[in-house]
Design a protein around this ligand. Structure first.
Ligand SMILES: NC(=O)c1ccc[n+]([C@@H]2O[C@H](COP(=O)([O-])OP(=O)(O)OC[C@H]3O[C@@H](n4cnc5c(N)ncnc54)[C@H](OP(=O)(O)O)[C@@H]3O)[C@@H](O)[C@H]2O)c1
Length: 301
C-alpha cells in the first residue's frame, strides 16, 4: 500500500459556510475527518456525512496528521489554536486557510513555530458552493516538509493549488488573497450602489443590463450579485460581516504599505451600515441596503 492509499486524519476547526464543505470534501477523498465548531450545533449535521464532530478543539486535533483552520478572522484563529496547538506533535501540518491578512498570519506562524508545527499560509479562493464541490483554488506557501501531507489535503478541498515561493511567515499567499478580495469586494459594492442608484432614479435595471450586454463593462460577477439583489435572495455565500472584516484588513494592509485605498475604506463603512441594518449574516450583496434608510428602498420610483 502506498502512502497515498493510507487515509490521513485531518481536523477542521471552523465549520461555517466554507469549513463545512471543506470537511465533506475531505471525507469524500477518503480521509478520516474530525471537526470542531464554536457553535457545536452548526457542525452536527456533518456527522451524517462521516465527519466526527468533537466538542473541544484540543480533543479534536489530538493525533491529527493535519489541522485546517477556517474561522472568521485572525483573533479567532489565534484563540482556538492557543488551545489546540500544545496538543499537536511537532511536525504536524497546520493549513491556515481563513482570510486573516498578512499581519495576523505572521502572528499565527510564530505560534506554529513555538510548537514545531509545519505552518502553511494557505487562503482559498471560491465560495460556499465551490467549497461544497471540492473545487476551491488554494494559494499556498510553506515548508517543503509539509508538502506530502498538504498536497493531499489541498487536492481534497480544491481543484487547483498554486504554490507560491517564499516563507509562510512572510505570508505571500495572504497578501495575494487581499489583492484578489479587494477586486471582488469593489465589484460587490459597485453592483449594490449602481442598482440602488437605478432604484432611486427610477431607471429599470433591465435597461442597464441591456445597455452593457456583451461589452467591456459587462462582468459576470455583476450579473451574479445583481441577480441576488433584484431577486431578493441574500442567502449567504460570503457574509456582510466577513466582507467588512476583509475590507478593513485590506485598508490596514494598504496603510502599512503606504497605499491609500479610498474605495475599500468606503466599502468597509458600507458593510458596517448594512450590518447595523440587520444584514450582518446575509450575503454581502445585501450591502445594497446601506444606500437606503431603515425603511429600505422606496417601494416605487
Ligand atoms: N464564504 C466565502 O466565500 C469565503 C471564501 C474564501 C475565504 N473565506 C474566509 O473563510 C473564513 C470563514 O468564512 P465563512 O464564510 O465560512 O464564515 P462563517 O460562515 O461566518 O463562519 C465563521 C466561522 O468562524 C467561527 N468563529 C467566528 N468567531 C469566532 C471566535 N471568536 N472564536 C471561535 N470561532 C469563531 C464561526 O463559529 P460559529 O459557527 O460558532 O459562529 C464559524 O465557524 C473567513 O476568514 C473568510 O473570510 C470565505
Amino acid at each position: 500500500m502506498s502512502s497515498h492509499d493510507t487515509p490521513l486524519t485531518v481536523t477542521v476547526l471552523g465549520t461555517g459556510l466554507m469549513g463545512a464543505g471543506m470537511a465533506r470534501s475531505l471525507v469524500a477523498a477518503g480521509h478520516r475527518v474530525r471537526a470542531w465548531n464554536r457553535t457545536t450545533a452548526r457542525a452536527l449535521p456533518l456527522a451524517e456525512h462521516g465527519v466526527e464532530v468533537v466538542a473541544d478543539p484540543a480533543e479534536a486535533v489530538r493525533g491529527a496528521d493535519a489541522v485546517l483552520t477556517m474561522l472568521l478572522d485572525g483573533p479567532a484563529v489565534l484563540d482556538v489554536m492557543r488551545t489546540a496547538a500544545p496538543v499537536l506533535a511537532a511536525g504536524t501540518v497546520w493549513a491556515q486557510t481563513s482570510t486573516v491578512g498578512p499581519s495576523s498570519q505572521r502572528e499565527l506562524a510564530a505560534l506554529a513555530a513555538e510548537h514545531g508545527l509545519l505552518f502553511l499560509d494557505s487562503p482559498v479562493l471560491g465560495t460556499k458552493s465551490v467549497a461544497e464541490t471540492g473545487k476551491l483554488t488554494v494559494t499556498a506557501a510553506g515548508p517543503a516538509a509539509a508538502r506530502p501531507v498538504a498536497d493531499r489535503v489541498f487536492d481534497a478541498i480544491g481543484g487547483r493549488t498554486v504554490w507560491l515561493d517564499g516563507d509562510a511567515a512572510d505570508s505571500p499567499a495572504s497578501a495575494l488573497k487581499l489583492v484578489l478580495n479587494n477586486w471582488v469586494l469593489a465589484l460587490t459594492v459597485a453592483t449594490g450602489e449602481t442598482l440602488a442608484l437605478a432604484k432611486g432614479l427610477g431607471v429599470d435595471p433591465a435597461r442597464f443590463f441591456d445597455a452593457i450586454e456583451g461589452g467591456a463593462m459587462d462582468v459576470a460577477y455583476l450579473r451574479i450579485k445583481g441577480a441576488a439583489i433584484l431577486g431578493g435572495d441574500f442567502s449567504p455565500s460570503f457574509t456582510v460581516e466577513g466582507a467588512e472584516k476583509d475590507l478593513r484588513l485590506i485598508v490596514a494592509a494598504g496603510e502599512s504599505a503606504g497605499v491609500t485605498l479610498d474605495a475599500a475604506a468606503a466599502g468597509a463603512e458600507r458593510m458596517r451600515r448594512a450590518g447595523e441594518l440587520g444584514y450582518a449574516g446575509e450575503d454581502m450583496a445585501a450591502a445594497y441596503f446601506a444606500s437606503f434608510g431603515p425603511d429600505g428602498p422606496p417601494a416605487t420610483s
